[in-house]
Write a protein that binds this ligand. Sequence first.
Ligand SMILES: Cc1cc2nc3c(=O)[nH]c(=O)nc-3n(C[C@H](O)[C@H](O)[C@H](O)COP(=O)(O)OP(=O)(O)OC[C@H]3O[C@@H](n4cnc5c(N)ncnc54)[C@H](O)[C@@H]3O)c2cc1C
Length: 412
Amino acid sequence: MKGKTDEHFSVIVVGGGVAGLTAALDLARAGRPVHLIEKTAVLGGQVARLDKLYPTDHCGFCPVWTQARLCLGHPLITVHTHSCVEAVTQGQEQIQAVIRRDLNRIDPGRCILCSRCEKVCPEGAVSPTIAHALPRTFLVDVDACTGCGKCVAACPTHAIDMERKQDKIKILAQNIIWATGFTDSNILALPELGYGSHPNIMTALEFEALLSESGPGRGHVLTPEGKVPCRIAFVQCAGARDQRNLAYCSAVCCMHALKQARWVKQRDPDMDCVIFFTDMRTQGRHYYDYYRKAVQEQSITLIRSRPGLICPLPSGAGLAVRYENTLTGQLDIQQFDLVVLNGALEPCQKKDKGPFFSSLTDDNGFVGNMPDQNQTLACGFCKAPADVEMSVIQASSAAMQAYIGNGINGTK
Ligand SMILES: Cc1cc2nc3c(=O)[nH]c(=O)nc-3n(C[C@H](O)[C@H](O)[C@H](O)COP(=O)(O)OP(=O)(O)OC[C@H]3O[C@@H](n4cnc5c(N)ncnc54)[C@H](O)[C@@H]3O)c2cc1C
């Protein structure tokens, strides 16, 4: 087995979500040294924020937490959090990547989570990463920090260094695998969706956080104002399959709208959940069963339509959804307490402009596999909209391509 420092043999995996973690672990288990680059403080990506995962409704965070723990403890994986790839130069045999590290002033390798730094900070600038995130540590908010040094003096393991700021390192590798995932698209430009006009009109990711056991309602379904909603609308393809915004289907939204509606009904069977859909994309045995149970056993209403207007009603009377039922041709308006907009998800790379990223991505910001003998690969949502199962399959496939592409022993 090659050593952790054998740069010529290593693979750079960018993105520490479920796809990146899977690719990193597969490669390390096959004997390849991996540099895992994650731009935030913690690993797990979007899945770490999901309480439940369709189609099993099992905990979303548990599998990625285990993967994150295995990556952090693996002798062949070097994890770089707070880090981004700034440039890549491709040679015939090798890639050189410049990594920018916006280092947390607290070294997670030394932090023993005693919280003394948090207690002594007069500005409240030190706080822990969320309870179940890995690596678990404390973070210094550099904007709020005045540099008084009280936390440095209080730390028993000398984990805090005010000089730990930004630096750049160069990594040589044989392959780079992009797994940078997705984020909500900006739908403010579509005024008919009403996003931004009322706090109870929200995206599916925002609703997922609201529903979560660790959310403000501690698992109870509440509006952002803390009230119990009676009627919830889920509007599909909001900002997606729309030439003005995202022209493609985001692939995961029919299933996660059903998941969220089922979840609401499990908590409170009297709440009314209506899904406005273009067409239900729940193919395959398990996904179709999931859909069937939602409609038949949990009385979730489905209306085929693409609502043309969502807006707050006067004097706090809730929200109006105006639509044409495309099966009957009938125009109608319904009143809701909360509206969840599903659909507009875009690859993170779309926001990272500049010639380096443009050469990697298509017009929608998705990263493709390059015609460079498997030097540059992509997997997960940054390659094309994909749920967890598909992201994991693609990640293992990318890891295998990197492994085989280099020759089984790392020599072409
Ligand atoms: C509301 C909602 C509910 C969902 N529910 C389900 C479900 O129940 N079941 C299911 O199968 N799927 C579900 N999905 C889909 C699921 O979230 C995705 O399939 C999965 O997150 C894709 O994993 P990923 O690793 O490709 O991307 P991500 O989870 O987005 O992870 C990408 C990682 O890369 C990091 N990153 C981004 N840019 C950079 C950069 N430049 N440099 C370094 N790091 C970077 C990010 O910080 C992140 O950690 C849901 C999606 C949504 C929106």
